[in-house]
Design a protein around this ligand. Structure first.
Ligand code: SF4
Ligand code: SF4
Length: 81
């Protein structure tokens, strides 16, 4: 099924220090789209559930690591801007 392109954000797992700023912000003011994750070989980092992201992109400014970047999500594929 084709989906319309929408604004999202993506998180660079190498930069993320798992401070949870974005997680807390999105739970309060966004769509609850950020998860704190430990299940892969990159180690601990936050990641975005793109289907839940409302695209406000406000979490970008509260990341102390500049780990969050603007992106577009379409048909299951995310592209950094
Ligand atoms: S862009 Fe908005 S909705 Fe999406 S993850 Fe960031 S705070 Fe949540
Ligand atoms: S705000 Fe940045 S460093 Fe903190 S958990 Fe989110 S992505 Fe990681």
């Amino acid at each position: 099924m084709e989906t319309k392109a929408k604004n999202v954000v993506t998180i660079d797992p190498k930069r993320c220090i798992l401070c949870a700023n974005c997680y807390n912000f999105c739970n309060n003011d966004g769509g609850g789209a950020i998860r704190l994750h430990s299940g892969d070989d990159i180690g601990l980092h936050a990641y975005v559930v793109y289907d839940l992201c409302g695209g406000c992109q406000k979490c970008i400014d509260i990341c102390p690591q500049n780990a969050i970047q603007k992106a577009i999500y379409e048909n299951g594929i995310v592209k950094k801007l």
